[in-house]
Write a protein of this length. Structure first.
Ligand code: DQA
Length: 144
């Protein structure tokens, strides 16, 4: 069975209570169970991680191929806009990487308009709330 790595970046552990008008009321647990249900139906295995630490995310991406993952679904959260290290890890990892965002980063503050990750990702899905994740997973399943 193929394995997909799902990475949630900083502060996404707070979904449900964090700025619900922007990010919705679903908790991360709920989003993860939606993803797991979808993965089960499509007969793929998901390993889901959340980290508030840039280096940990770099390590997860950097070890993904060696750990036999076929692709990565990532919401880099605030690191989207700041992390050259995560961008370089994505570029180097040798796997398809789909970037997702709950909110439409282009309709928000100017500092969110630029993603350092998008140019090195296979594709980006944003602005559909929790659905961005299930659409992202569907895109990955088409890619692998
Ligand atoms: C986010 C958008 C980012 O700008 C923000 O820092 C997040 C979440 C999203 O999913 O909409 O933490 O990645």
């Amino acid at each position: 069975m193929k394995k997909i790595l799902v990475i949630h970046g900083p502060n996404l552990n707070l979904l449900g209570v964090r700025e619900p008008d922007i990010y919705g009321r679903l908790t991360l647990e709920k989003i993860n169970s939606m993803l797991k249900k979808e993965a089960k139906a499509r007969k793929v295995n998901l390993v889901i991680k959340q980290s508030n630490h840039e280096g940990q995310i770099v390590d997860l991406i950097g070890h993904a191929k060696k750990n036999k993952f076929s692709a990565i679904l990532i919401n880099p959260a605030a690191y989207t806009h700041t992390s050259v290290a995560i961008r370089d890890a994505v570029a180097a990892c040798g796997l398809s990487v789909v970037e997702v965002h709950l909110s439409n980063i282009h309709s928000r503050e100017e500092f969110r308009h630029k993603s350092l990750i998008s140019p090195v990702a296979s594709g980006t899905i944003l602005g559909f709330g929790a659905k961005s994740y299930t659409l992202g997973l569907a895109a990955i399943l088409d890619l692998i």
